[in-house]
Design a protein. Structure first.
Length: 124
């Protein structure tokens, strides 16, 4: 199965009217992306859209994804390697820092994101 479809399956997105929606219990249906975006973008674009990350972060990680290891976390086993579509975290290989997508959401000032990138790059 294509990684894009594995990603939408992981997040249980529903396809209707040429768009993908998140529909969770006790919440309203929420548009995630439309079919043209799904067709033309890559896994990073889709993953970062689902996690509500801005375009600056998409551009940075697209250009530097080879410096990161995609991870998930299990409460008993800790962090483990996964394919990018299944990631909840990205480990910066040079520094060992692990970035949570939820943490990346909290960075809303562009200069703060640039400072993070500069700090990470100082380890390379």
């Amino acid at each position: 199965m294509d990684d894009k479809y594995l990603l939408v399956e992981k997040y249980k997105l529903k396809h209707e009217n040429n768009a993908w929606y998140s529909e969770r219990e006790n919440s309203h249906k929420h548009l995630i992306f439309k079919d043209p975006f799904f067709e033309r973008t890559d896994i990073i674009g889709l993953l970062f859209r689902i996690n509500k990350l801005c375009m600056a972060k998409v551009k940075y990680f697209r250009a530097n994804i080879d410096k990161y290891e995609p991870l998930r976390y299990h409460y008993k086993d800790g962090f483990f390697d996964v394919p990018l579509w299944d990631a909840d975290f990205l480990k910066h290989s040079a520094s060992g820092y692990i970035l949570d997508f939820r943490y990346l959401q909290t960075i809303t000032v562009y200069d703060d994101f640039l400072a993070l990138c500069k700090e990470l790059e100082s380890f390379e």
